[in-house]
Structures are given as structure tokens and as C-alpha cells.
Design a protein around this ligand. Structure first.
Ligand code: ZN
Length: 233
């Protein structure tokens, strides 16, 4: 097995990271997952992870063979040092700088850096993240340029040759659903629809056509709109 055939997927338990995990399982011989508890209000997404992993294993024998260890990392310090609508009980609003207050400064930079530290120890050479610049909230740490620069910084700083892969970077939410269907058929679509969590407020609530959630926060709106487009195709 070549080293570059081993990947670590940033797996939160949401739609995007679950699609990224299926993407990695279809490509790499060994895949491990990493999740971060940073004091997010929607920590419920983390509780979805174990059953999602079990159900992904049940979808395909190949995936079952390839899917290895899961790493849960305590990054509660991030929640303590940041003041955002994802880490404090405040309303979601647009800030003067043009970014919503759901932006957690440094979050993806920290996640990728910690992921690289774990990948270093585990001998994994590809880091997979669900960052997306196409249909996003304007978060600067989701940009392709940011991830490219971070890849360079990590490789310089750790004397490694990590590749950061972001399969969703240039596709919109409807295409993310489409990609999931290509990777795992209707069974994967149904698993993502019913078992992943996206809602910023951490509401599970009723099962809508597009999944669980409050239905009105920006994350639910994006997910619902993408699903509506996807099923009309
Ligand atoms: Zn919501």
C-alpha cells in the first residue's frame, strides 16, 4: 500500500463531511476520521458520528474494509477564546465586516493543523476536508487559496508532503447531493438525509424532505435549497 493511499477525513457528522468521507472511501485504501469538539452549540452533530460510521460500513464491504480508526479531539479552547453565534447563545446576524457571526476565526486553520498532527502520527498523507467556495457563507478559511497556502505551511513546518483534498470546493449544494448519489446510490442519499446534521442551532426536530433541522437558520436554508434543486433534476 503506498503511503499516499491513506487519508484522514475531517468528519463532523454533517452532510458535507459525510459526502467527503464517502468520496475518500471510494478512493483510498485506508481512511481514518477525525472530529472536533470545540464547544459548538450544535454539538448534536458529534453525537451522530458513531452511528453514521456504523451505517457507512454497512453500505459497502469495501468501505467497511477501508474505514479505520476515528479520532475525537477536544478543542474546547476554541469555544472559550472565540465570540461567535456558533459558540455563544446569541442570534445569527451579519457583521460590519460582511461576514455572518457564525464565522469562527481560525477554525478550519486549527482543524487542518491538528488533523495534520494526527496524520503525522498515523502515517496518513492525505487530509480531506469539506471546505467549499462555491455556495458558501463567505468564510475566508473555506477558500481554495487558504487551503493551498495552509498545505504549503504544514508541509514546510512538518517537513512532510501532505496533500489537502477538498472535493466539494467547486461544487454547489445540489451537486454535493449528486456526488453522494454517484458514490453510494440512493442508500447513501437516504443516510445523509436522515442521519447527518447541518442545523446551526442544533435542532433535530421533524424530518423534513431535506433532513432534520430548524429550517430557518442559514445552514438549514442552504441544505434545503440544494436538496430541492437536486430532486428537481
Ligand atoms: Zn437550522
Amino acid at each position: 500500500m503506498s503511503p499516499s493511499n491513506c487519508a484522514l477525513v475531517l468528519f463532523s457528522g454533517g452532510q458535507d463531511s459525510t459526502t467527503c468521507l464517502a468520496w475518500a472511501l471510494s478512493r483510498y485504501d485506508r481512511v481514518e476520521t477525525i472530529g472536533f469538539d470545540y464547544g459548538q452549540r450544535h454539538a448534536i452533530e458529534l453525537s451522530m458520528r458513531p452511528s453514521l460510521l456504523a451505517k457507512l460500513r454497512a453500505l459497502s464491504t469495501d468501505w467497511k474494509t477501508r474505514l479505520g480508526e476515528d479520532h475525537m479531539i477536544d478543542l474546547s479552547v476554541l469555544g472559550k477564546i472565540s465570540d461567535t453565534a456558533l459558540t455563544r447563545d446569541v442570534a445569527i446576524t451579519m457583521q460590519d465586516n460582511g461576514l455572518p457571526n457564525t464565522f469562527v476565526p481560525g477554525r478550519n486553520l486549527l482543524f487542518m493543523t491538528v488533523a495534520a498532527t494526527v496524520a503525522y502520527r498515523r502515517g496518513l498523507d492525505v487530509l480531506v476536508g469539506g471546505m467549499c467556495q462555491t455556495d458558501f457563507s463567505g468564510y475566508p478559511d473555506c477558500r481554495n487559496d487558504t487551503m493551498q497556502a495552509l498545505q504549503t505551511a504544514l508541509n514546510l513546518g512538518m517537513a512532510k508532503n501532505f496533500a489537502i483534498e477538498t472535493p466539494l470546493m467547486w461544487i454547489d449544494k445540489a451537486a454535493t447531493w449528486r456526488l453522494a448519489r454517484e458514490l453510494g446510490g440512493d442508500a447513501l442519499i437516504e443516510l445523509i438525509r436522515t442521519d447527518t446534521h447541518t442545523c446551526y442551532l442544533g435542532e433535530r426536530g421533524a424530518l423534513h424532505e431535506w433532513g432534520h433541522g430548524c429550517g430557518t437558520c442559514p445552514a438549514c436554508e442552504l441544505r434545503a435549497r440544494g436538496y430541492a434543486q437536486f430532486i428537481q433534476e
